[in-house]
Design a protein around this ligand. Sequence first.
Ligand SMILES: NC(=O)c1ccc[n+]([C@@H]2O[C@H](COP(=O)([O-])OP(=O)(O)OC[C@H]3O[C@@H](n4cnc5c(N)ncnc54)[C@H](OP(=O)(O)O)[C@@H]3O)[C@@H](O)[C@H]2O)c1
Length: 320
Amino acid sequence: MTLMRAISQDTFGGPEVLRPVQVERPEPLPTEVLVRVVSAGVNPVDVKTRTGAGMAGVLGEPPFVLGWDVSGVVEEVGFGVHTLHVGDEVYGMPWFPRQAGAYAEYVTAPSRQFARKPRSLGHDQAAAVPLAALTAWQSLVDAAEVRAGQRVLVHAAAGGVGHLAVQMAKHLGAYVIGTARAGKHDWLRGLGADELVDYTATRFEDAVRDVDVVIDLVGDEHDTTSTRSLGTLRPGGLLVAVPSGVSPELTREAENRGLRARPFLVEPDGAALTRIAELIDAGKVSIEVEEVFPLERAADAHERIATGRTQGKLVLRVAP
Ligand SMILES: NC(=O)c1ccc[n+]([C@@H]2O[C@H](COP(=O)([O-])OP(=O)(O)OC[C@H]3O[C@@H](n4cnc5c(N)ncnc54)[C@H](OP(=O)(O)O)[C@@H]3O)[C@@H](O)[C@H]2O)c1
């Protein structure tokens, strides 16, 4: 049995439950690859899962190894893998919402849930991309079918998903409005936002009108951002409620106003990651990494992301 370093937890709880362990290195089944993880992205769903909220029901009781975002190098390929080879540099969000175990030195997963990482990015930056970028891409392209000329409102535009959604909506030809604190407006304008609302000073529903699509990355759980967003939509407009889904009350309220409200869950998608890598390498989309923590400081990264104030992404460096 070959062992590897990982971060695991024995109980649900605060960041202090995360601890370094040695676990068995996985082996690839047919159609899977073994990837040596260089860097792993950190996402709010990691924190929710650590505490027992969010996707915890899917992972079951601890112990488990968190993390879905991987950037690394193919170490072994299983029988039947045609498109990847040993030594390829790849990135991906494998297995979501099942356990991927990216906070570890190796992961195995179906080869087609990975793609070649953007050539212009190092592993720390590439690990920041998959979950956030797939969320932005699938919500804009697959859920909302955003077209050129439409008006798109992105809530939490400065966060991991939001800053990518701003750039992708712009790339699709939309007029992009974002909500963020004033200190982040210049940066977001540089990423292509046409209009910004400081949600701490202005009620966004008083300032924004005639929107075709709202990509809501805040939700109704802590404030009423989803419900209040209905007031920004034009007739027939669509709210994509990313974090907290759509309650029966919200569905009713939307229908009464002649609007649509849809929940959203990101899916593994190697083909979309290939497209996203092309956009990154072409300079159409850039990734902001606020800080890279060594794997052993996963708890510090969790404390930071739980503040809800991160600009862009946080990453764990797994390889020494
Ligand atoms: N359903 C899915 O498949 C899925 C996929 C990905 C993410 N999510 C969820 O979507 C949410 C966003 O994810 P993320 O990775 O982008 O989070 P994140 O990076 O932690 O977002 C942080 C950003 O949120 C902004 N923010 C906080 N409260 C805000 C508010 N009321 N209005 C506007 N901006 C606000 C902050 O900006 P300021 O400093 O300007 O306040 C900060 O830049 C999380 O709840 C996550 O769990 C769901």
